[in-house]
Ligand binder design. Sequence first.
Ligand code: FES
Ligand code: FES
Length: 188
Amino acid sequence: MPPYAPPSRHAIRLRINGTTCEMEVESWTTLLDLLRGPLDLTGTKKGCDHGQCGACTVLVDGVRVLSCLTLAVMTDGREVTTVEGLAQGDQLHPLQQAFIEHDAFQCGYCTPGQLCSAAGLANEGHAKTLDDVRELMSGNLCRCGGYVQIAQAVAQVVLGPGPHASEVAHEAWIAGTTVNAGKAKAKA
Ligand code: FES
Ligand code: FES
């Protein structure tokens, strides 16, 4: 019998939602398990745990990643943003506000991943049409089938108001009662 060797642990230092965290993790610990376990950031959801559903999406240095396929040691020195870090105090992130305006969730299980994925999509700057938004959000599954509203909500923020937005949201924008409308009118 080979002598027992304790599991290897690695010291990492990263920023999570603006807070610096230092800890030791096992080499096989995923970012998802680190977030939901020791850090108690349970907004990030575990769906398939195999990179298929997008429920675990978070941002690492502003880039959307699947935290179930990302080892915690890989985030040493990086900036991680979870759904808990999107809002600024009581001020919702524009995507969160748009999801409410478009009724873009039902059970809400996929919503944290959808929001982080949409934030990453906005950072990428590749979406020019509603179809682009649908395609670029296709890695995030919604078992409640809220795809129409989700795409509209994301498009409202990423593309701005327009025919891709739902009628209710578009009217709200015209009336100046949405986040984006407020910004647009402030600029005007
Ligand atoms: S839990 Fe990570 S992709 Fe499904
Ligand atoms: S709102 Fe239920 S899975 Fe998307």
